[in-house]
Design a protein around this ligand. Structure first.
Ligand code: G6P
Ligand code: MG
Length: 219
């Protein structure tokens, strides 16, 4: 069996992507930039600062703001986002995830989190999921966003496991690319992803028997 399974947060553990979208949409509108859910897909797995740069580029406002102004805009988005997180309860955990993490405990497979969100620890707390993870990579120490493998490698490092003996789970294209580049085997959630070693339509299909069969088949 695999030594560890490393999870992305937004879109895999809980669906905070929509809350990120609402906050960015409001901030973008204040700058006269319109973004929709299709554009938002390209922000998944991308850090806060890099997301803002992409939004500004999308609106043709690249180079309009100074670094200090951009930091203020990003802080405003985060304030809106953190405010919306108050509505987050354990019920917001996506279907099958809690069962999977609990089973991984009994199977003695290590569990890790690889989210570039600086809010990840607070989100796990709100979901009452903190104790189900052996190690959460510290987003503050990550220099390169997905698709760079840095955060997945940091998670494996913290778990003291070899990436080649692990599975990574992602719902974003940049995330699948990050997992593949790390040497882990990739599991994608969603129908529009390419390059995942295993693709499942929703988290409901994410069960230990399914992952175990995948691990053995691929060997
Ligand atoms: C995740 C989300 C991104 C978000 C990033 C940073 O990767 O998919 O949409 O921009 O985290 O989140 P933060 O909470 O630090 O702004
Ligand atoms: Mg995600």
């Amino acid at each position: 069996k695999p030594q560890a399974i490393v999870f992305d947060l937004d879109g895999v553990i809980t669906d905070t992507a929509h809350l990120h979208f609402l906050a960015w949409r409001e901030v973008a509108a204040e700058l006269g930039i319109v973004i929709d859910e299709v554009f938002n897909d390209r922000l998944k797995g991308i850090s806060r600062g890099e997301s803002l740069l992409r939004i500004l580029r999308h609106g043709g406002k690249e180079g309009v703001f100074t670094q200090a102004e951009r930091e203020q805009i990003a802080a405003r988005k985060n304030a809106l986002y953190v405010d919306s997180l108050r509505s987050l309860t354990p019920e917001a955990v996506l279907p099958g995830i809690k069962e999977l993490l609990t089973t991984l405990r009994t199977e003695q497979i290590k569990t890790g989190l690889a989210s570039v969100s600086l809010n990840a620890p607070a989100i796990l707390q709100a979901l009452q999921m903190t104790s189900l993870f052996d190690f959460c990579a510290n987003a503050a120490l990550i220099r390169r966003s997905k698709p760079d493998p840095e955060i997945f490698l940091a998670a494996c490092n913290g778990l003291h496991v070899n990436p080649r003996a692990c599975i990574g789970i992602e719902d974003a294209q940049a995330g699948i690319e990050a997992i593949n580049a790390s040497g882990m085997r990739s599991v994608g959630i969603g129908s529009t992803l390419t390059g995942a070693d295993l693709l499942l339509p929703t988290t409901e299909f994410l069960t230990w028997p399914r992952l175990s069969a995948f691990w053995q088949l691929d060997k």
